[in-house]
Ligand binder design. Structure first.
Ligand code: MTE
Ligand code: CO
Length: 423
């Protein structure tokens, strides 16, 4: 699938099962039944063993293997009018664990990527402060710093699915989420340096991109766990993620994580900026709009099998997925094979962190019958991820944002997977 091939339902190319024999239950595969060039297969010495490989630093900055060229961010051209105000999606179906590789993190820009010279970078902190401050990047790096792994989910993730199953692939239905490690200064440290006046209640964060994208954030959140981050996954932020500094607002909708951060202003009320009035509000069934719905509720998705990751063989099968909650830790994830009639507890694997993605697995045997795969996340507050029907009962279908309903994948008898809904 490429950009010119919009991934709507029914438009997926048919793929054939490889018909691999020895995979059912057994750990090893009969090599003779696999595709591959016989001259590279045992007992022959493969071609790559016969030649000297590239030396060190031939690739001074590493790239994935050329055989993984399909593992890329993708966009959907018909979704937005221009690429400058658009979104690309994380290839969740190709990833494992919880950390998103930096080059695969989805991007959401309102007016393209600002290219900032770090020498000219300044962050101003003003408004209801005792003393106005301007930080250089070097200044930010001299403050005490912290490292945290957090998910970032765009409020518009799954936004195309309100009126029914539409996009065929978890990259498109759920790929506006990433989870990386950030390094930065706690925002409260910078605020303390400036001195917060007692009348301050809100913080305006503004970006240096040509949209000057800005959002109002309650002071209590700013003083809690926000960071001004300059690194992700150890290295400096990528330009598309806000180089050289962005706001990290754990658990809250991605829109408030202002990139290319240039201004912080304290005030006594919200600014009612474009992105918190005209956009990023939730139009309810009765026509009223909910504002300032910051927290991302618990959500999960099965990343494999999924439409872009069909089932290739009968027998032992690992169901794999991600879960996250803006309210804290994920406590449990359940998986259903029959569209939500029966549930079994999935295994949470690896780190289970506050406001971060969690990897879950459910192992099963697939005999070739149809499955209706679902996952359901439960967080430490006891909140249970709702079905789409439950969500629509409260929200109607006019919304774009905050769709955390349970996703269903239909696994067909030929192993192809389709985005469907069960009633
Ligand atoms: N900050 C600025 N300055 N400009 C933007 O367009 N987009 C926001 C937010 N911060 C945006 C921004 C939105 S809607 C989201 S979802 C996140 O950045 C996306 O972050 P990412 O591109 O690192 O995935
Ligand atoms: Co967003």
């Amino acid at each position: 699938m490429d950009d010119s091939d919009p991934p709507t339902k029914g438009a997926t190319r048919r793929r054939f099962l490889s018909g691999v024999a020895g995979l059912s239950g057994a750990a090893f595969t009969d090599a003779s039944s696999l595709a591959g060039d016989p001259k590279n297969l045992p007992p022959n010495v493969p071609e790559w063993t016969r030649v000297l490989g590239d030396g060190v630093a031939v690739r001074p900055y590493g790239h994935p293997s050329k055989h993984e060229a399909q593992v890329i961010r993708r966009d959907v051209l018909w979704l937005t009018a221009s690429r400058e105000s658009s979104v690309s999606f994380t290839p969740l179906h190709e990833l494992d664990g919880i950390i998103t590789p930096s080059g695969l993190c989805f991007e959401r820009h309102h007016s393209g990527i600002a290219e900032i010279d770090p020498e000219d970078y300044r962050l101003i902190l003003h408004g209801l402060v005792e003393k106005e401050l301007i930080f250089t990047l070097a200044d930010l790096k001299r403050f005490p710093r912290q490292n945290h792994i957090y998910f970032l989910e765009c409020a518009a993730n799954s936004g195309m699915e309100w009126r029914g199953a539409q996009l065929n692939g978890c990259q498109y239905t759920h790929g506006m989420v990433h989870c990386v490690e950030y390094t930065g200064v706690p925002l409260r440290v910078l605020l303390a340096e400036a001195g917060v006046r007692p009348s301050a209640k809100w913080l305006l964060a503004e970006g240096a991109d040509s949209a000057a994208m800005s959002r109002s954030i309650p002071l209590a959140k700013a003083l809690d766990d926000c960071l001004v981050a300059y690194r992700m996954n150890g290295e400096m932020l990528r330009p598309e993620q806000g180089y050289p500094a962005r706001l990290v607002v754990p658990g809250w909708e991605g829109n408030v994580w202002v990139k290319w951060l240039r201004r912080l202003k304290l005030g006594d009320q919200p600014w009612f900026a474009r992105e918190e009035t005209s956009k990023y509000t939730d139009l309810m069934a009765d026509g009223t709009a909910r504002r300032f719905t910051f927290v991302m509720d618990a959500k999960s998705v099965i990343t494999s099998p999924s439409p872009q990751a069909p089932v290739r063989a009968k027998g032992f099968m690992v169901i794999s997925g991600l879960a996250w909650s803006g309210r804290g830790k994920i406590r449990r994830v359940d998986v259903s094979l029959d569209g939500g009639r029966n549930w079994r507890e999935a295994r949470l694997d690896g780190l289970v962190l506050d406001k971060a993605c969690v990897r879950f697995y459910a192992e099963t045997e697939w005999s070739g019958g149809e499955l209706l795969l679902q996952s359901r996340a439960i967080d430490e507050t006891g909140y249970v991820q709702p079905t789409k029907a439950e969500l629509r009962k409260i929200r109607g279908v006019n919304s774009i944002y905050h769709n955390n309903g349970i996703q269903t994948w239909l696994v067909k008898s030929d192993g192809e997977v389709e985005n469907v809904e069960v009633s």
